[in-house]
Structures are given as structure tokens and as C-alpha cells.
Write a protein that binds this ligand. Structure first.
Ligand SMILES: *[C@@H]1O[C@H](CO)[C@@H](O)[C@H](O)[C@H]1NC(C)=O
Ligand SMILES: *[C@@H]1O[C@H](CO)[C@@H](O)[C@H](O)[C@H]1NC(C)=O
Ligand SMILES: *[C@@H]1O[C@H](CO)[C@@H](O)[C@H](O)[C@H]1NC(C)=O
Ligand SMILES: *[C@@H]1O[C@H](CO)[C@@H](O)[C@H](O)[C@H]1NC(C)=O
Length: 212
């Protein structure tokens, strides 16, 4: 019992420390870090279940920051994101994206490395129509699996019909890619200095060559 509690406490402290560094480095001007609620940390993955999907290039649901003018990194705090969709829904019409959210977009189905199949949506975000994003943000990745602390809040997320997904959003280059896959090798996360298009090959239309 004692050991168990000790492990739990250590994990909580570990996550709290990293969480404070990753998400809220300067929130507390008085030099203390308000501890995140333990339940949020331990269960962060189950706090939000966000379901994305790709039917085709005009029918899809993607994750974006919940509040306006937010960087992708900042949106990775608990409850910092939500699903926005391309088409009308009976609920939450406020989360419908404008038809010109992408200047160009393309959807495709491919076999993948071990032929387990994936579907992807790639394109170029029309930043003038994306109030959720910040034009100077170099962006980042949302992933359905925890591959590091920054992904923890999305552990409960999934892509309809597939085992995994990766979504790369880079406002500064306008590049966007979301790939839903069955084999996790088909859903790699571009690193900080990679373009979405470097790792998630596809049709990026107008921003294909963007090297900002
Ligand atoms: C320090 O900041 C934390 C978090 O904002 C706050 O809860 C706490 O009351 C502050 N302490 C003082 C002494 O201002
Ligand atoms: C896109 O997918 C939606 C939902 O499945 C479907 O209603 C629509 O007809 C599709 N559009 C095209 C162009 O295939
Ligand atoms: C995709 O997600 C949206 C938003 O949650 C939902 O309205 C739509 O029915 C889903 N489409 C499919 C094909 O799962
Ligand atoms: C974000 O900005 C859009 C466009 O200006 C506005 O319609 C929407 O209400 C804003 N959303 C939030 C959460 O403030």
C-alpha cells in the first residue's frame, strides 16, 4: 500500500512538474506553480474523447484549439482543443468550419507500409478563415497515442474507423495534414523542425513548397 501510494505520488509530481514546464511556464508570476488537479493529470486521456474523421476532401472533422488565436502547443493543455467539422451538424453549429477553411485540400486512401490502409486529408489552411490559429505559430502535432507529454490530453481521441491518427497543423507554413491509420507506423509525428509534408507525404496544393 505504501509503495503503491508512493508510486502514485511520484507519478503525479513528475507529471505536474513537466506539465507546468510544458504548458504554463509563466502563468504564475509569484514564482509558485499551482499544482494541476491530480485527477486531470492521471485521467487526462479520458477527460476529452474527441472523434475525428475523414470522409472525403469536403467532409471531415478535425481537432483545433478551442479558443481563438491559440498556438497548437498551448492548446495541448487539458480541454484546450475540440473537434471542428466541415459540414452541418444538428448540435454545435458554432463549430462548423467555413467552406473556404482550406485554400486547397485533398483526401486520399492508401495502403501504407504493411498494407493495413490509411486515409489522409492534406492541404493548405486559409489563415484568414481560421480564427482558432495564430499565423506566426510554427505549429505542432496532435496524436491519438501518447508519444510524449504533449500528446497526453488526446489519449482518449480517435479517428472514426481507424486505430490511430496524427494531425499536423503548421500555421506559419499554412500546411495541414491529418492521417487516420490502422498501423501506427503509417501515422508518424513530424518533429519540431519538419514540415507536415516532410513526413506525411501528400498533396499540399498551394503550400507544398513552403519553406518558412
Ligand atoms: C501564487 O500563484 C498561485 C497560482 O496563481 C495562487 O494560487 C497563489 O495564491 C499565489 N500566491 C501568492 C502568495 O500570491
Ligand atoms: C463526402 O462524404 C459525405 C459523407 O460521407 C457524402 O455525403 C458526400 O457525398 C461525399 N462527397 C463527395 C464529393 O464524395
Ligand atoms: C465526423 O464527425 C462529425 C463531428 O463529430 C460528425 O458530425 C460526423 O457524423 C462524423 N462523420 C463520420 C462519417 O463519422
Ligand atoms: C472566434 O472568432 C470567430 C470569428 O471572429 C468568432 O465567430 C467566434 O465566436 C470566436 N470564438 C471564440 C470561442 O471566441
Amino acid at each position: 500500500m505504501i509503495n503503491y501510494l508512493y508510486i502514485l505520488a511520484s507519478l503525479s509530481l513528475f507529471h505536474t512538474a513537466l506539465g507546468a514546464v510544458a504548458f504554463a511556464p509563466s502563468e504564475n508570476q509569484n514564482g509558485t506553480h499551482a499544482p494541476l488537479p491530480v485527477a486531470d493529470i492521471v485521467n487526462r486521456g479520458t477527460v476529452v474523447e474527441e472523434i475525428v474523421n475523414i470522409s472525403n476532401r469536403t467532409h471531415f472533422a478535425i481537432i483545433l484549439p478551442k479558443s481563438n488565436r491559440t498556438t497548437v502547443a498551448a492548446s495541448k493543455a487539458p480541454s484546450g482543443t475540440r473537434v471542428f467539422y466541415s459540414h452541418d451538424s444538428t448540435t454545435d453549429s458554432q463549430y462548423k468550419l467555413p467552406e473556404d477553411f482550406f485554400t486547397t485540400s485533398s483526401a486520399s486512401n492508401q495502403g501504407g507500409k504493411r498494407n493495413k490502409g490509411f486515409v489522409q486529408l492534406t492541404g493548405c489552411i486559409n489563415m484568414a478563415r481560421a480564427p482558432q490559429l495564430k499565423a506566426t505559430d510554427k505549429g505542432g502535432v496532435y496524436h491519438s497515442q501518447s508519444s510524449g507529454l504533449n500528446d497526453m490530453n488526446l489519449q482518449g481521441s480517435r479517428c472514426e474507423g481507424y486505430n490511430h491518427f496524427v494531425e499536423c497543423v503548421q500555421p506559419i507554413t499554412s500546411q495541414f495534414a491529418m492521417r487516420c491509420c490502422n498501423d501506427d507506423e503509417d501515422c508518424p509525428s513530424p518533429s519540431d523542425n519538419q514540415k507536415c509534408s516532410d513526413l506525411l507525404k501528400g498533396d499540399y496544393g498551394a503550400c507544398a513548397e513552403d519553406r518558412k
